[in-house]
Unconditional design. Sequence first.
Length: 268
Amino acid sequence: MDYNALQILLIFVVTFIAAIDQFSFLESLYQPIVMGPVIGAILGDMQTGLIVGATYQLMTIGNMPVGGAQPPNAVIGGIVSVIFAITSGLEPNAAVAAAIPFALLGQYGITLLFTVMSPVMAKADSYAHEANPKGIERINYISMAILGAIFGLVVVLFFLAGSTFGKTLTEAIPTWFMDGLGVAGGMMKFVGFAVLLRLMLSRDLWGFYLAGFALAVIIVSNSALTGSALLLMALIGFCLAFWDYQIQTKMKKAGPVGSDMEGEEDGI
């Protein structure tokens, strides 16, 4: 499939914005589940973009940077996985697994940029001492522009090379290896979800967690509800969470049981 200059430019712009959003805008635009359908729409296959983006999102859902340690970058990994799936015909799980090296490349790019910008912080301190906010703004804008340009160029260069080379490489790879990539990609989303649960799940919530699985099986078993199963589960989960919130709020307002002031209002 041939792609025109406008599509290449749009991919660069979207990647540029997503790279900046990850550290500066903080609007979650960079998340794979958002970028996936956008890149898919640019390449003419929004459905595949959404599926691959959601698959990659599950893998990264528990990843978070800690200090200077950066996880595989979600921006480059998510976008490249969609490009892999659409241009090379890889199935979603295999595309996610194949994009991991590029996600690591994005991680190295961020680490390199942070290292280069570290000495510049002394200049920012100098601008602060001089009460020069415009100088500090310039440093921030320059760093954002460099980060966005690096990410955009990496993705575009891969896209230009990958649209032809990727398909040839895919055809040359043995079927058993592609199946292995699919299995590895399928496992990654469960690992990401397990990492998130390890951080968030408390003993009090295990009942809701297991009940959710049971309810999902019941809903999906009904063919008439399969299409809207995810929405139904989300609504039920919201109702339970809201009900629990109301109960907890009422208990806090009620105060301790057996207070010394209890019953005084009735004169007893």
